[in-house]
Design a protein around this ligand. Structure first.
Ligand code: GLV
Length: 332
């Protein structure tokens, strides 16, 4: 029997996973897979005790103004730059995300983009489909080697480390830059060497961006950073849109020094800037880094676990497994 608490699921998700919420609360699920506008989000959140949010639902002090009911928001995703955590904490609203369960799947996709970009898979596939192939040509679609090259990783969190571990199979040298250097034991496990940001840009044959988006990281890869990259390098962004100046990237793909790019995230997505769309040497995917059935289910289930715990429902008593604003941990 559903209780009296109300929950809003702002995007359609696996129905059987949402059923886990329906056992305990009255649940409204938005029909459309589209971010509600700011006013609809504010109003919707004022009418519920908890919400399961998509990554483009922006919650800030304005959204929360006058809201005396909301107790928890559960992001279905690991990144949470859509949430103003200080504002949520000030309002006493628990915020959660879905780390760990998507690490390996997202690392797989980083490699899919890296390999597709370096070996020109997108271009070559479009060529075959268009009926242009006249026969094998020795010098056609010459790409860039992956094995034996230097892999650079900017942002060495869980996913960065999972990307690094995979490089062993390709006999690559792995270098990384991060806010802080990892413990020696973790570096050994990933066979990765800490370098300065300048060295990372200058030495990487393939550079993967995996840092969270923060205002300080806005356009961390801008025209100057791109110009400092190795000629013929491949850039992969599977972190967040806004880390890269997409217009400057398009110029670097057109005029050098970059050979190719693999991009899963874009500034202002789902819009992609026209300059990038025009780059044959960019492989573009629509923010699908964690998109396998198993992983998306695991994320949805973890978000539900978080919300049930935050609202003290069902078996999930205790603090949410992935509480972001830990200041709101319950005192026992
Ligand atoms: C995806 O981008 C996520 O943050 O989960």
């Amino acid at each position: 029997m559903a209780g009296t608490l109300k929950i809003w699921v702002t995007r359609p998700l696996f129905d059987d996973v949402i059923d886990r919420l329906r056992e305990h609360a009255q649940v409204r699920v938005s029909a459309q897979d589209k971010a509600p506008d700011a006013q609809a989000l504010k109003q919707g959140l004022a009418e519920v005790d908890g919400a399961l949010l998509g990554l483009s639902d922006r919650v800030d002090a304005d959204t929360l103004a006058g809201n005396t009911r909301l107790k928890a928001v559960a992001n279905v995703g690991v990144g949470y730059n859509n949430l103003d955590i200080d504002a949520l904490t000030a309002a006493g609203v628990m915020a959660t995300n879905t780390p760990d369960v998507l690490t390996e799947t997202t690392a797989d996709h980083a490699w899919a983009l890296l390999m597709a970009a370096a070996r020109r898979v997108g271009e070559a596939e479009r060529y075959v489909r268009a009926g242009h192939w006249q026969g094998l040509r020795f010098d056609q679609f010459l790409g860039h080697d992956i094995h034996g090259r230097t892999l650079g990783i900017l942002g060495m969190g869980r996913i960065g480390r999972a990307v690094a571990r995979r490089a062993a199979g390709f006999g690559m040298r792995v270098i990384y830059h991060n806010r802080s250097q990892l413990d020696a034991s973790v570096e050994r496990e990933c066979a990765a060497h800490y370098v300065s940001r300048e060295a990372l840009l200058a030495q990487s044959d393939h550079l993967v961006l995996l840092l969270p988006y923060t205002p300080e990281a806005h356009h961390i890869i801008d025209a100057t950073a791109l110009a400092a990259m190795k000629p013929g390098a491949v850039l992969v962004n599977i972190g967040r849109g806004g880390l890269v100046d997409d217009v400057a990237l398009a110029a670097a793909l057109r005029d050098g020094p970059l050979a190719a790019a693999g991009l899963d995230v874009f500034e202002g997505e789902p819009n992609v800037c026209a300059e990038l769309l025009a780059c044959e040497n960019a492989v573009l995917t629509p923010h699908i880094g964690s998109a396998t059935e198993a992983t998306r289910r695991a994320m949805a289930n973890l978000a539900v676990d978080n919300l049930l715990a935050a609202l003290d429902l069902g078996q999930q008593a205790g603090d949410p497994p992935s509480l972001i604003n830990r200041e709101l941990k319950r005192k026992r």
